[in-house]
Design a protein around this ligand. Structure first.
Ligand code: COA
Length: 414
């Protein structure tokens, strides 16, 4: 397989050549009620807060964490370093990273009682995201510091969650298959821990790096639904475990993180390159959304898909089992972008090619979204913490369109 860094560098170069600038947003100051504003359904266009954590430039198709381009982080960083960057606002020095890493290793083992809870549920028939959601909720019950809502205490809980998620997802993956969970071991990174605890096998260097890149790419992404959900929950001064549980529930949906597994089901449903066109025509006639395509913010090619597409292509060289699925994906992409790209600005998003990469790594489709959660927990917690520093409860309003003077009719007269 071609050198991963070369592939990411080439993706960055292509992005640079194909992008256009986004106008700067203008802030109008404080809001007095009643307001006259243009906020679309689904809060489209609404500004929830200001942030220094990350920037999604939808016109340019550009993603930045704390000022650093995703293309640079994917080439040179690690998920541990990226998580530190998101949480603390700067790249760590060697000693800061070593101390952070030491903590991650201290906190990474899943308590036996959490494994027991997972075993109590009908885990083979439970979506892994639902299993993860319950496990994190239970973890909160085990942590005596959970109700301390100071920034410092919540930061520590955030580190615990980032540390625990890989082995938790790993335990869910194994229990689903009727296998006993394995605990993290040795000097494994978070990416290696995820792979090891899912498979029970020592991950090779290529798979470990691919997983690390995937975790970097999914770590943060503006006010997406699950991040906003986490922040809304935390803004009532609830607790970080509960807020992350809310984030997991939101990420599960097929319009959000759940799209990555839906993409694979779609490609399997299409079945062959020859069937792409008729499938697409039928899907359009039925007004079906093409999973892994389109985005509320990106009106250009998602930079994460720019990286994952070429990685999927390169993996096909050594993984003939994904080559057909990849060819179907490429053909569908071409049809969708030819037909909807210019008019509706529909391009592949992060979920379009990530599943093919995971499939080549031998990962079960139902585990794709939990892997997303393993990564995104760093963005959820970083943003919830940043907001907590100057917290004000989130509380938008709705425009009431119902009646106002309905006469109450006693039940026997209705
Ligand atoms: C991501 C997504 C939820 C954004 O939703 P949104 O901002 O509310 O966008 P809308 O649903 O209003 O779409 C705007 C237009 O583009 C079309 N469109 C958007 N995504 C589309 C898709 N994946 N396939 C086909 N058409 C799509 C819509 O039908 C709509 O067309 P219309 O104006 O004729 O009604 C949406 O693009 C989608 O459902 N994508 C598939 C799921 C997915 O990949 N999610 C992961 C996102 S990272």
């Amino acid at each position: 397989m071609q050198e991963i860094r070369d592939l990411v560098r080439a993706a960055a170069e292509k992005a640079r050549q194909e992008t256009s600038e986004e106008p700067e947003p203008k802030f109008t100051g404080t809001v007095e009620f009643p307001v006259d504003c243009a906020v679309g359904r689904g809060l489209e266009g609404a500004i929830a807060t200001d942030t220094k954590i990350g920037y999604v430039n939808g016109t340019k198709g550009w993603l930045v964490y704390r000022g650093y381009e995703i293309f640079d982080l994917a080439q040179f960083s690690t998920f541990e370093e990226t998580s530190y960057l998101l949480l603390y606002g700067k790249l760590p020095t060697s000693s800061e990273l070593a101390a952070f890493d030491k903590k991650l290793k201290e906190y990474r083992n899943v308590p036996a009682s959490v494994i027991q809870v997972l075993k109590e549920m009908p885990i083979k028939d439970t979506h892994p995201m639902s299993a993860l959601r319950t496990a994190v909720s239970f973890l909160g019950n085990l942590d005596g510091t959970a109700d301390d809502t100071s920034v410092e205490a919540e930061r520590e809980v955030s580190i615990k969650l980032i540390a625990l998620f890989p082995a938790l997802a790993g335990a869910v993956a194994r229990l689903r298959k009727g296998q006993e969970p394995v605990q993290p071991k040795g000097d494994h990174t978070l990416a290696q821990t995820l792979l090891y605890t899912m498979t029970g096998k020592e991950p090779d260097e290529l798979n470990a790096r691919l997983m690390d890149i995937n975790l970097i790419l999914h770590a943060d992404h503006g006010m997406n639904a699950s991040t906003f959900t986490t922040m809304v929950c935390n803004s009532s001064l609830s607790d970080m475990y509960g807020s992350v549980v809310a984030g997991i529930a939101s990420l599960k949906g097929p319009l959000h993180g759940g799209a990555n597994e839906q993409v694979l089901y779609t490609l399997e449903e299409i079945g062959s390159e020859g069937n792409v066109e008729p499938w697409y025509e039928k899907a359009r006639a039925e007004k079906r959304k093409i999973m892994g395509m389109g985005h509320r913010v990106y009106k250009a090619y998602d930079p994460r898909a720019r990286i994952l597409g070429p990685l999927a292509a390169a993996l096909c060289e050594d993984h003939p089992e994904v080559a057909e699925i990849y060819k179907i994906a490429v053909k569908l992409e071409k049809i969708v972008t030819d037909q909807l790209g210019a008019e509706k600005k529909i391009f592949p998003n992060v979920d379009y090619y990530s599943g093919i990469v995971y499939r080549a790594m031998g990962i079960e489709t139902a585990m794709f979204t939990p892997i997303f959660a393993v990564s995104r927990v760093s963005g959820w917690t970083a943003r919830a913490l940043e907001y907590l520093e100057t917290n004000r409860i989130f509380r938008p309003r709705a425009i009431y369109t119902g009646p106002v003077a309905a006469e109450y009719v006693p039940i026997e007269k209705r």
